[in-house]
Design a protein around this ligand. Sequence first.
Ligand code: FPP
Ligand code: MG
Ligand code: MG
Length: 437
Amino acid sequence: VTPRIMLKNPVSLVSNEMNTLAKNIMALIGSGHPTLNRVTSYYFEAEGKKVRPLLVLLLSRALAEIPLGERDNIKMDLEDVPEDPVYSKPPHLMLLEEPAKNFSPLHVLHGIKPLNPLTKGPEPLPRATFDQERGILPKQRRLAEIVEMIHTASLLHDDVIDHSDTRRGRPSGNIAFTNKMTVLAGDFLLGRATVSISRLRNPEVVELMSNSIANLVEGEFMQLKNTAVDTDLSTIEHGKKELPLDSGKLELKLHEYHVPTGVQYNVSHEKIIETAFEYYLHKTYLKTAALISKSSRSAAILSGARETVIEQCYEFGKNLGICFQLVDDLLDFTIPAKELGKPAGADLELGIATAPVLFAWEADPSLGPLIQRNFSQPGDVERIANAVATYSGVEKTRQLAVGYRDRALENLRNALPESDARSALEFLTNSILTRRK
Ligand code: FPP
Ligand code: MG
Ligand code: MG
């Protein structure tokens, strides 16, 4: 498939919606606690790529080009998002703190006031004023906001798990506010995202989006492999933490977290590599592609599209999401931290074998034990890094990503009529491979 040349800036078609995204999210996540507000707003203050909401909005725009006769009018969800209910009263603590000092710059920028205990809560979104047959539906706009909230919650948690010290060119949440506050802020964002999901009042979409949150956690668990268990056991041995409730962790180590290295299993190297890739790609789907594919599917459902279109949108998100994470995993090898705005080479340091390492392992079976022990011995990281370079692990990963990109482009063409929005989606899909950040 030859990628189409696209001249239009993909954002311009949905710039209104993208410009109000942060402000709308701010209104959804206000709490009565000023410090909580600072932590939950923190990652929204620095400019992120906002790829996920951009995709949802462009896809919604492109879906709107499907003639009404080819959509299910009854299913098309034209309703406005219901008004925000009364929020919880702020704790008495707020009255003691100095709100101006504690509110985030984004709240100030958008003129969102600290919640007054005597008032109702954030303003509801204004009613949509566009022609609903051709435009982005109010619920699709809200969906874009929800996706960014879930993604941001996962980043807050991720930086705690990964011991990162930077994100978007600034100290990460765990550094700026402590692990505890960062985890709680992520939980709060998820809680509010869930409120917004349920208020879409579409059972299928509620199920999809709720599941996408569960998938993120499943993906992250698959990635822990035996490192988590090792960490837990060593802290237990050192008496630093309370004892586990049962010995289930040892079982987990044997059954769930095992990367087959051929030491335990008497199978061919090819089979081992095949299994390792299967595991890695499934993890990648869960950790990154699930949120994108399930929100793409949701956008299609809300548009009243037919089942075949819904299915193609879902596949599009899946292929694009996997492509996106493959590129993320190779940038970890190729781009310095300064440019990434977050730690580089982090996966090797964390003992995580991503696609470039798996390709090196394919070529050099003797890397198995290093991968098994999560590159934990002196010299392991260097040897793996050299092997990745020697066996073109990065280039092979890029080729794998190209395959997913092509399938994503194919899905777009199957699902959507030609339009500016579809071209913008094609452009965005192509630009995943050339991004440096
Ligand atoms: C970034 O990956 C992280 C993710 C894509 C998902 C993280 C998911 C969790 C921490 C589970 C908890 C989920 C929720 C919804 C609270 P990365 O570490 O490879 O990327 P990075 O280089 O940007 O840190
Ligand atoms: Mg990380
Ligand atoms: Mg991570």
